[in-house]
Design a protein around this ligand. Structure first.
Ligand code: C5P
Length: 316
């Protein structure tokens, strides 16, 4: 008898009986964020190590006569529903690319906080690309989608890919890296967001004033730590060049980071441009204990236990 054949993911039927395509997309953290100098185009040269974590948004698309977005959950009511929303821009960009009308109804259920340093908006754009690609049967490759994703935002290509990856350029050039796991993280979600451009601008100011090193930190130690199983080694290697800038704009983050280590986290770090903080735990039980302690300290609006790496935007 022959072995059952694995059906490649892109060949599986994706349309539910309702004709809808549902995609689940993770948040990201940066286990390393090395920020170089600002470039002529206004972006900073990056060497970052992304990891996708098990905190998800879910996006469903259905064929329709017009383009409409509805949002439930985190940020609903605050987020724009028009072309200012990256999801709408993603749908329009893909439609243009494959020369068709961008006519879909999109239902977005959000758990990833807005402006939290977890790439929530970019995740939703990645989900919209993957969902519409399947709904329309475009036949584009993942590389085509990644190229389109890069036009939408620095983090979008990574959220199509997922896992653990090195990001270069301004973050949009991603290549998978070997990472054992799972790694167990506690995510402390702050009240209110931070603007990514403002955090980068604050880093430029701190550098000009000579208050933080001008050179980007090296991703080497994190890449080495991810290849072995000891979370204590990874804890030592975590680094985020944007952290002093995020703390300068939101000094309360110092207290959040201290609270995590007081609760026994192996290390704590601001996620991306913040204000979300993430803490590394030794295992799943340890993560639960840290989360309970942190929740009791009242330093965060919400505390989540997650693991990483997980896949990028996928049809469910
Ligand atoms: O690419 P994305 O739209 O997410 O970037 C938002 C803003 O963050 C940019 O307009 C820029 O001000 C800042 N940024 C940066 N360097 C990067 C990524 C983002 O200065 N590598």
């Amino acid at each position: 008898m022959s072995e059952p054949q694995q059906v490649p993911e892109r060949d599986r039927p994706v349309l539910a009986a309702s004709g809808a395509v549902r995609v689940r997309v993770p948040a990201k953290i940066n286990v390393h964020l090395g920020v170089g100098p600002v470039r002529d185009d206004g972006y900073h040269e990056l060497a970052t190590v992304y990891q996708a974590i098990s905190l998800y948004d879910e996006l469903t698309v259905t064929r329709a006569d017009d383009l409409r977005l509805r949002i439930a959950g985190e940020g609903a009511g605050q987020l724009p529903l028009d072309d200012d929303n990256l999801v709408v821009r993603a749908v329009r960009a893909l439609a243009r690319y494959v020369d068709r009308e961008p006519h879909v109804h999109i239902q977005l259920r959000k758990q990833i906080p807005v402006a939290g340093g977890l790439a929530g908006g970019s995740a939703d754009a990645a989900a919209a690309l993957v969902a519409c690609d399947a709904l329309w049967g475009t036949g584009l490759t993942r590389d085509d989608l990644a190229t389109l994703a890069a036009t939408l935002g620095s983090d979008v290509p990574f959220l199509v890919l997922g896992g653990t990856a090195l990001g270069t350029g301004h973050g949009e050039v991603v290549s998978p890296v070997l990472a054992v796991g799972p790694w167990h993280w506690v995510v402390a979600i702050a009240d209110g967001g931070l603007s990514t451009p403002e955090v980068y601008a604050e880093l430029d100011r701190l550098r000009e004033a000579g208050r933080v090193p001008a050179a980007a930190s090296d991703p080497g130690p994190v890449l080495a730590a991810l290849r072995q199983h000891d979370p204590r080694v990874l804890a030592e290697a975590l680094a985020n060049d944007l952290q002093p800038a995020a703390i300068s704009l939101r000094p309360a983050l110092r207290r959040t980071l201290r609270a995590g280590t007081e609760e026994g986290a192996l290390a704590g770090i601001v996620s991306g441009s913040g204000p979300t903080c993430v803490f590394l735990a030794a295992d799943a039980e340890h993560a639960k204990k840290i989360a309970t302690g942190l929740a009791g300290q009242g330093v965060a609006r919400a505390v989540r236990v997650v693991r990483g790496p997980v896949p990028g935007a996928r049809i469910v």
